[in-house]
Design a protein around this ligand. Structure first.
Ligand code: HEC
Length: 121
C-alpha cells in the first residue's frame, strides 16, 4: 500500500512536470514565427541602402519619384510598377536599381510579402 501511493505521487509529478514544459504549440510558434513584416523594421532599410541615392527627397538623377517614406514606397508599389522593376533582370529596360545589380531574391520576396500582408507600417 505504501509503495503504491509512492508510485502514484511520482506519476503525478511526472505528468505535472511534462505539462509545464514547452507545449507543442509553443514549439511550432518558435519554428514558424508569425511575426509580420513592418515598413520601419524590414522594408525601409532595403530602400535606404539601394534606392535613395537617386530616389531621395527630392528625387535626383532624373529618377522622378522619391522613395524615402512609407507613403511614397507604398504608392510606388501600387501605381508605378515598383515590384516589376526590381524583379526584372539587370539590363532590361526599366530595371531597378538603375545601373546596379539585382536585389537578393530574399529581399525581393520580403517586399512582395509585405505587400501581401497589407503594407504594415
Ligand atoms: C542610379 C539611380 C537610381 C537608383 C539607384 C534607383 N533608381 Fe529607380 N529610377 C531611376 C531613374 C533615372 C528613373 C526614371 C527612368 C525610368 O523610369 O526608368 C527611375 C524610375 C523608377 C521607378 C518608376 C517611377 C515612375 O515615376 O514611374 C521606380 C518604381 C523605381 N525607379 C524604383 C527603384 C527602386 C525600387 C530602386 C532601388 C531598388 C531604384 N529605383 C534605384 C534611377 C535610379
Amino acid at each position: 500500500m505504501k509503495n503504491n501511493s509512492f508510485f502514484l505521487i511520482i506519476t503525478f509529478c511526472i505528468i505535472t512536470l511534462s505539462c509545464s514544459y514547452t507545449s507543442e504549440k509553443d514549439l511550432i510558434e518558435q519554428i514558424n514565427p508569425t511575426e509580420l513584416i513592418t515598413y520601419s523594421e524590414k522594408i525601409k532599410p532595403i530602400f535606404d541602402s539601394n534606392c535613395i541615392s537617386c530616389h531621395s527627397s527630392p528625387p535626383i538623377n532624373g529618377s522622378g519619384i522619391s522613395l524615402t517614406t512609407y507613403n511614397s514606397v507604398k504608392s510606388s508599389i501600387e501605381n508605378t510598377n515598383l515590384i516589376d522593376r526590381i524583379n526584372w533582370q539587370p539590363g532590361q529596360s526599366g530595371f531597378m536599381p538603375l545601373g546596379g545589380s539585382r536585389l537578393p531574391q530574399n529581399l525581393i520576396d520580403l517586399i512582395i510579402q509585405w505587400q501581401l500582408e497589407g503594407f504594415i507600417e
